[in-house]
Design a protein around this ligand. Structure first.
Ligand code: TXA
Ligand code: MG
Length: 325
């Protein structure tokens, strides 16, 4: 079983950081909190460590990882950020924004991090534990979400140990993550047009306030721009249907706002936000899916408005509802 450190307790925080840095230096993997979801962290310059990430997650090798840097300057050492990209970085870093941009030659990153692409996905996370760890480690950290590939993303240390406990020596526990959905991923197309690759923790409207209207990645060509965006990602182990307006017998309910009539007959009820607040719903989404999954019954998910973080929530729910490949 992994050693788990409570990072909210000052005494274990120092020990946790030291253990995590030692583990990263030794080519091992560490479960770390970020403001979005928990990450499975590895030394981004160590090809063997990065290979272990793919192995442990059971992730297809063509799926590149997000590199986490301690500062904008550290990010710029890895990637060439255009003026537009820098404007986004200045506005939203540290925070739940990932920018995909050209990889710098001699970035020092293992090829496996970018899956051989000439671009790299970079973000500067806002979570104080993630930042302290990256700073103390002194290098870039590759970190996908710390779940088995295709399963629901982890928003607590418990989710990490449930999915990957056997493969991890160290997990840093900082409590439930604040944002609850992964970072928004943006890139720039021909003519420096900003493109949304993945809806996430920074709402579209906030980004558009800085760089203007975002294009859709699907308009750029037939090749998926974010290869991880497979339709059946983020799936719980039970069937899920979206935009439910009634509850069928035996179904669990993922509610938003006032719960549907008949919910007491369901196997389980989890309300993302009783008051209909999309930010609260995002923070609760993956925990709700995991809790309902444990009932073993099919899940009926109520409609969430496509406003603010609602876009990221609906993206994840559609993927969770897609036919399994
Ligand atoms: O919030 C987050 O972003 C979390 C936390 C841990 O930071 N990380 C995360 O990483 O969600 P991951 O590996 O689960 O998702 C990475 C996404 C995938 O969809 C991948 O295909 C895309 O980023 N990606 C990475 N590099 C890319 C590239 N060069 N071009 C296009 N997409 C890329
Ligand atoms: Mg993931």
């Amino acid at each position: 079983m992994p050693q788990q450190f409570d990072m909210r307790d000052p005494a274990s925080r120092a020990a946790g950081l030291a253990a995590a840095v030692a583990e990263l230096r030794a080519g091992g993997l560490v479960g770390i909190p970020t403001e979005t979801v928990y990450g499975l962290a590895a030394d981004a310059s160590n090809a063997i460590a990065v290979a272990r990430v793919f192995e442990v997650k059971g992730r297809p090798q063509f799926n590149p990882l997000i590199v986490h840097a301690a500062s904008i300057d550290a990010a710029r050492a890895l990637t060439e950020l255009s003026a537009e990209a820098l404007a986004l970085a200045a506005a939203f870093w540290p925070g739940p924004l990932t920018i995909v941009a050209p990889l710098r030659p001699r970035s020092g990153l293992a090829d496996l991090v970018t899956a051989g692409l000439q671009t790299v996905a970079v973000r500067v996370p806002a979570h104080p534990v993630a930042r302290e760890l990256i700073t103390a480690f002194g290098g870039a950290v590759a970190a996908p979400s710390a779940n088995r590939s295709g399963h629901v993303s982890p928003t607590t240390a418990r989710h990490v140990s449930d999915d990957l406990g056997d493969a991890l020596a160290v997990i840093l526990d900082a409590g439930p993550t604040a944002v609850g959905v992964e970072s928004t991923i943006v890139t720039f197309g021909p003519d420096d047009r900003p493109l949304l690759l993945r809806a996430g923790g920074i709402p579209r409207g906030a980004l558009e306030g800085v760089v203007g209207t975002l294009g859709e990645a699907s308009n750029v060509g037939s090749r998926p721009q974010a290869p991880g965006m497979l339709a059946s990602h983020y799936a719980p182990a039970v069937p899920l249907r979206i935009a439910a307006t009634t509850l069928k017998p035996g179904e669990s309910l993922l509610a938003f706002g006032p719960v549907l009539a008949g919910a007491e007959g369901g196997r389980g009820v989890f309300n993302l936000s009783a008051t209909g607040d999309v930010r609260e719903a995002a923070a609760n989404l993956f925990r709700g899916l995991r809790e309902l999954e444990a009932f073993g019954a099919p899940i009926a998910a109520m409609e969430v408005p496509d406003i603010g973080l609602g876009e990221a929530i609906n993206d994840r729910l559609r993927r969770a509802a897609a036919p399994r490949s």
